[in-house]
Design a binder for this molecule. Structure first.
Ligand SMILES: C[S@@+](CC[C@H](N)C(=O)[O-])C[C@H]1O[C@@H](n2cnc3c(N)ncnc32)[C@H](O)[C@@H]1O
Length: 332
């Protein structure tokens, strides 16, 4: 198989410049709708996928290097430690489909252990970052066909251009924790349809743990996670003619024990009025915008969720400090 990175694909068509313009316009429209609706409702909220424009993805990369942010280094080490065991279970896979692939750095470790892989399909909303990561990965693994797919993984219904063969899904970084449990169930059911019979799914899931470890991972002392959150307001200013003063909002990370999740908010530090696309929104001092959840699961809680979504848990690995879990699922 020749080394190959296909041009960027969308779900319904290969990209051309006209299709690219139409897709970008549709993305801005969907961002506008989410922001205008989200700021008008109470409590205010904006879906977390909009945190990831090019600047947001670059800031997330910085987060993964922070001493407080244990998930990336723990999951990376687990992929190194358990790579051979993982390969024993999934060595038959020909196509690797990654949901929310980001930098694809951890994926390289998985690919190294699976010489039978023919095609890699990374799916991400952050288009520029996706394209750069796909190019880097393609250079690193000549012989692998890389077909980046830009879009919302909760809405992906077809894998255009995918060859026939057994598929391995990969969902790393505990991104599944950004979904509520109902959303995660719907996502897993859809992934089962997308990957199809004979497929396996490797999912990285953050474990419940002490708040002394958890809270700093979402609110580091250098303020990188804060900058990542606040970039959402800057993105609104850039793309939706907003006038947020980011110095008058603060990043807040709380643990909601009832829901077993970290919740991230942007809190207004003053009474103020903000404009977006010509509409005006009043914020009282202390009023929040909810921007992200990160659900934490015990191993058995996640296995129950997987079973209820049509997946059979095969095995689960945890690290020695019980910070993170890697679940291998097979279609029941
Ligand atoms: C927490 S980061 C994890 C990145 C990478 N998997 C890792 O473990 O380092 C989440 C990634 O998912 C992407 N993402 C978030 N929501 C998405 C959605 N609804 N559809 C597609 N990609 C999404 C983001 O752009 C980002 O690259």
């Amino acid at each position: 198989m020749a080394s190959d990175i296909s041009s960027l694909l969308t779900e319904d068509r290969p990209s051309t410049s006209a299709a690219n313009r139409a897709r970008r316009a549709a993305e801005v429209a969907s961002f506008a709708e989410a922001v205008l609706d989200g700021l008008a409702r109470r409590p205010r909220s904006i879906p977390s996928r909009f945190l990831y424009d090019a600047a947001g993805s670059a800031l997330f990369e910085e987060i993964t290097k922070l001493k407080e942010y244990y998930p990336t280094r723990t999951e990376t080490k687990m992929l190194e430690t358990f790579g051979a065991e993982i390969a024993e279970h999934v060595g038959h896979a020909v196509i690797l489909v990654e949901f929310g692939s980001g930098s694809s750095r951890k994926t390289s470790l998985l690919i190294d252990g699976l010489p039978g892989l023919d095609t890699y399909i990374p799916i991400d909303v952050s288009e520029d970052f996706l394209v750069e990561a796909a190019k880097r990965l393609s250079r690193k693994h000549p012989g692998l066909t890389v077909r980046p797919l830009v879009g919302d993984f909760t809405r992906t219904r077809t894998l255009i251009g995918a060859p026939r063969g057994a598929k391995l899904g990969f969902f790393s970084g505990s991104t599944i924790g950004n979904l509520t449990q109902e959303e995660a169930k719907t996502f897993l059911e859809n992934a089962a349809r997308l990957l199809g019979q004979g497929s396996t799914f490797l999912v990285g899931v953050d474990l419940k743990k002490s708040l002394n470890v958890l809270i700093p991972a979402y609110d580091d002392e250098d303020g990188v996670t804060a900058a990542f959150s606040l970039n959402l307001l800057s993105r609104i200013n850039r793309e939706l003619d907003g006038d947020f003063d980011t110095t008058t909002f603060a990043h807040v990370a709380l643990y909601n024990a009832d829901k077993g999740r970290i919740e991230i908010y942007l809190k207004s530090l003053i009474d103020q009025k903000v404009h977006v696309l010509g509409r005006s929104f009043s914020f009282a001092k202390g009023e929040h915008i909810h921007t992200e959840n990160s659900h934490k699961y015990s191993v058995s809680e996640f296995q129950d969720l997987a079973r209820s979504s049509g997946w059979m848990p095969v095995t689960a690995w945890t690290d020695e400090d019980d910070l993170f879990s890697l679940h291998l699922l097979r279609l029941a």
